[in-house]
Design a protein around this ligand. Structure first.
Ligand SMILES: Cc1cc2nc3c(=O)[nH]c(=O)nc-3n(C[C@H](O)[C@H](O)[C@H](O)COP(=O)(O)OP(=O)(O)OC[C@H]3O[C@@H](n4cnc5c(N)ncnc54)[C@H](O)[C@@H]3O)c2cc1C
Length: 558
């Protein structure tokens, strides 16, 4: 039977990152991926080979911000494996129904000038808002880049700038209390506190709601980071699409001797005497793991589908089943091949600068609220669709044949449609006819802003929430594996008992979006999990050495 030091279940980008660190430390690693291609929600694929050959689509993630808050790209030297990032500047365009538009550049000053055309007060407040959130990000970034229950690991990440920002955010009683209030309030409340105009509030609410909940929901203000990060460290996309990040990781993993097997659906984790010793894949083949099995899928899928019920203590199994929240909101994904880029009537200039970054269709905070709250209740918010779209080929022409373009649309929709249980794909209510009807309404709405969209359509691919869930394997198609509310973050993700990448089953580890610091393209869960795995293999003397080095760095002696 084949045996490896570590086996990774799933070759999403976090599984690949984790594998890369283990390989760098000299371990043998096998990754088992259920799909025919690695990458999970980080792939770029020629998904319409007959109707639109040569068009490459990002079937899930496209805009990268979080990965720049950590050291993964540099530590793994991913540029050596072909990774090249293209910066999105401007990063956000939101045309308003009254003909005006919001356009944010990476430069705060340029953005202030744009907003000042409509409101001098909001322009100044925008700068204040982004500066506060940028400091907050810098103050908490060391938390993201360390296992959440490793005090030394977190402390070791604090350097001069992060420490100064901690003081700026929480360096007095009033500041600390304001910080707490900021984190537990709702994005909508905070936006109303800062701004007057819908022109500024609506796009910010739309980006905040990317965390997967309506802007009125308390405890999800962390979503507002999405905007601040677009200014600093910035938003970018790999040349060749998000799949180019996966490809760089695949090249690195295989160059270091790692093995990736695709079309290998893991069906069972073999546990003997409360210790994970191997896995069994569809078809019955078994692989042995000498030191550990790392799950790139979340703990609900792992414990409820792959681990025998008696291998997990009943109380914990019940919490995994019933306490972890996974709301009903997911994505109906539309990818289009276009003969020309969309022409937005609100943008009167000749250049295509506004198409470089994200385009948001978000007319007001109430519009965004409907888009997200209806979805969680099982209703399809397609009467007046709000959406997030990109035209990736404007920044990166390699994604489409010369002169042609790709269009990426994310429309939030329910996984389970209310009143349709038991019908459609997996009983969700979604059928081919319904997904296409919804896509038509989304395109109709887009045509109100960019009237050439329908005539420029060469072909389109529509993926319903049920199909997306099937492709990724995630519960209810959750693109972050589990909800990202404050109650499931940091040392509470996925549950307090198992928030440090380990489980009560010896040698069974967790990584991926369902672990700290959560979903999105960051690679941080993969890197943090690798640290925990490697620490467990280290002799005591090496751990003492690393503790002493952390203290030396904190005292400025290194
Ligand atoms: C439509 C969409 C748009 C998004 N847009 C963005 C964006 O613009 N920016 C951003 O930062 N984030 C975005 N995200 C979120 C981001 O893509 C994910 O949070 C992230 O890619 C998760 O990575 P992961 O490695 O943790 O998990 P995954 O990518 O989910 O990887 C898990 C892997 O495990 C495999 N697998 C599952 N079950 C099994 C099994 N039993 N056996 C073997 N293999 C298995 C899966 O096929 C998959 O490859 C988006 C997500 C979606 C769905």
């Amino acid at each position: 039977m084949e045996a490896y030091d570590a086996i990774v279940i799933g070759a999403g980008h976090n599984g690949l990152v984790c594998a890369a660190y283990l390989l760098n430390a000299g371990h043998s690693v096998l990754l088992l991926e259920k799909r025919s291609v690695p990458g999970g929600a980080a792939t770029t694929e020629e998904a319409l080979p007959e109707e639109a050959p040569g068009f490459k689509f990002n079937l899930c993630a496209i805009d990268h911000e979080f990965i720049f808050l950590g050291p993964i790209i540099q530590e793994l030297q991913l540029h050596k494996y072909g990774l090249k990032y293209l910066t999105c500047d401007p990063h956000t365009f939101c045309p308003h129904p009254d003909g005006r538009y919001f356009l944010a550049h990476q430069s705060l000053e340029q953005t202030r000038t744009e907003i000042a055309r409509y409101s001098a007060r909001d322009a100044d407040k925008y700068v204040e808002f982004v500066n506060y959130w940028s400091k907050l990000m810098s103050a908490i970034a060391p938390f993201f880049n360390a296992p959440p229950q490793s005090i030394l690991g977190i402390a070791g990440g604090y350097k001069g700038k992060n420490l100064a920002d901690v003081l700026a955010i929480a360096g007095s009683k009033d500041k600390a209390l304001n910080f707490i209030r900021t984190m537990i309030t709702a994005p909508e409340d905070l936006l109303n506190e800062y701004f007057d105009t819908e022109l500024v509030k609506a796009p910010l609410a739309r980006l905040a709601a990317e965390i997967g909940a309506p802007p009125s929901q308390k405890g999800i203000t962390a979503g507002l980071m999405m905007l601040a990060m677009r200014h600093h460290p910035g938003m970018a996309r790999p040349q060749g699409g998000t799949g180019a990040l996966t490809q760089a990781l695949v090249k690195l993993v295989t160059a270091k001797g790692g093995k990736i097997l695709t079309e290998q659906m893991v069906k069972e984790v073999i546990v003997e005497d409360r210790r994970a010793v191997g896995v069994r894949v569809a078809g019955g083949k078994e692989y042995l793991a000498k030191q550990g099995i790392i799950s790139n899928i979340d703990v609900r899928r792992l414990f409820l589908q792959l681990v025998a019920p008696d291998a997990v203590e009943p109380n914990l199994r019940e919490k995994v089943d019933r306490r972890i929240t996974n709301n009903n909101e997911t994505i109906l994904k539309i990818d289009c091949a276009l003969s020309e880029p969309p022409r937005f009537t609100a943008y009167e200039r000749e250049d295509q600068e506004h198409l470089i970054g994200t385009v948001l269709i978000a007319d007001s905070v109430a519009h965004v609220e409907q888009a997200h709250s209806l979805a969680t209740m099982g209703e399809i918010p397609d009467a007046n669709p709000s959406m997030y779209l990109d035209i990736p080929s404007v920044l990166d022409p390699t994604l489409a044949p010369e002169g042609k373009h790709t269009l990426w649309i994310e429309f939030f929709a329910p996984y389970q449609i209310a009143g349709k249980a038991g019908t459609g794909l997996h009983g969700t209510g979604w059928t081919d006819q319904l997904k296409n009807q919804v896509a038509d309404k989304v395109i109709d709405k887009l045509a109100d802003y960019a009237p050439n969209i329908k005539d420029s359509m060469i072909a389109r691919r529509v993926e319903s929430p049920a199909e997306l869930g099937e492709r990724l394997g995630s519960y209810k198609g959750n693109y972050y594996h589990l909800d990202m509310g404050l109650d499931q973050m940091i040392f509470l993700r996925p549950l307090p008992e198992i928030a440090n990448y380990t489980t009560p089953i010896k040698n069974l580890y967790l990584t991926g979006a369902g672990t700290h610091p959560g979903g999105s393209i960051s690679g941080m869960p993969g890197r943090n999990c690798a640290r925990v795995f490697l620490n467990r293999q280290q002799p005591l003397a090496k751990i003492q050495q690393s503790v002493s080095s952390t203290w030396r760095s904190l005292l400025g002696l290194n």
